[in-house]
Design a protein around this ligand. Sequence first.
Ligand code: DAH
Length: 344
Amino acid sequence: MKERIKQLKNEIEELLNNSKTLKDIEDIRIKYLGKKSEFNKILKSLKDLTQDEKKEIGPFANEAKKSVYAKIENKKHTIELNFDAETEWIDVTAPGKKIKKGSLNPLTLVQRDIEDIFTSMGFEIADGPEIETEFFNFDGANMPPNHSARDMQDTFWIKEGCNDGMGDGQVLRTHTTNCQLRYMQSHKPPFRIIAPGRVFRQEATDASHEHTFHQFEALVVGKNVSVANFLSVAKSFFSSFFGKEMSVRVRPSYFPFVEPGFEFDISCTNCSGDGCSTCQNTGWLEIGGAGMVHQNVLVSGGYERDKYTGFAWGFGLERLAMMKYKIDDIRLFHSGDIRFGRQF
Ligand code: DAH
């Protein structure tokens, strides 16, 4: 009897191995394990065996039955999932595949650096909308309609015909200076803030110009804020940012929102002032615009005229990143080129 059970088990297993459909399996089950099957008869006849025979054959027959049923279920699964357990298995002990990590855009890195340095100097970080009213972008910054300084910034107007001199249009902000007024209108001096963000200009692009780029504005307002405060904050910032002692100098210039206004330079990051090809032998690199906040702007911000003074500056984040990482084309930042991104 034991021998016969073994034979039947082998037979079933072989048939299962060769079966291709669920129907094949059901046929095998009915034929070999159904009510009228030989296997079933054997199981039923176990009760007629002697005690000793029962002891020997009983467990053996049950084991065979269990194993055959398990094989049937397995095979069903394999067919249902269209999965071949022989070849398609997973080695859970295999070492994992290395996950490819992305990298941060150098602009993000530079922005984080800037924010760290300024917050450590007690500055707050402010923000403003990229789609801005004509008032916050221009008028309130002392650039009323028809002011010639508006021509300095090639503006994207949101709706055609908005640039009609009525002062109620909307623009893609041309500078982060819009954040100055927004902050002033909801805060009282003294305060110090920076406002990094994206700005837009209708410009032809080349290695140093983009229509979409980033600036960061700094604004300090209080009693007796002076140019000396500006120079000292700028010097501390650039020295921390470039990791070495930097010098800052100012040259007179004009921006409607400051009086006096100036451009400021830092000592050349390459030669530290001795003169090299990076700085065209001047020892200095131009950074951006700055000045003492115009009283008209402080009044637009909601403050009493001549009660406070302040300094402000604004310049391109890209320029700073290009200096720090020696990048020679501004268009790379938004190129999406992975070879560029991987270097940071
Ligand atoms: N908003 C100016 C620009 O985009 C830059 C600027 C100049 C900002 C002087 C300032 C400033 O805050 O004081 O060209």
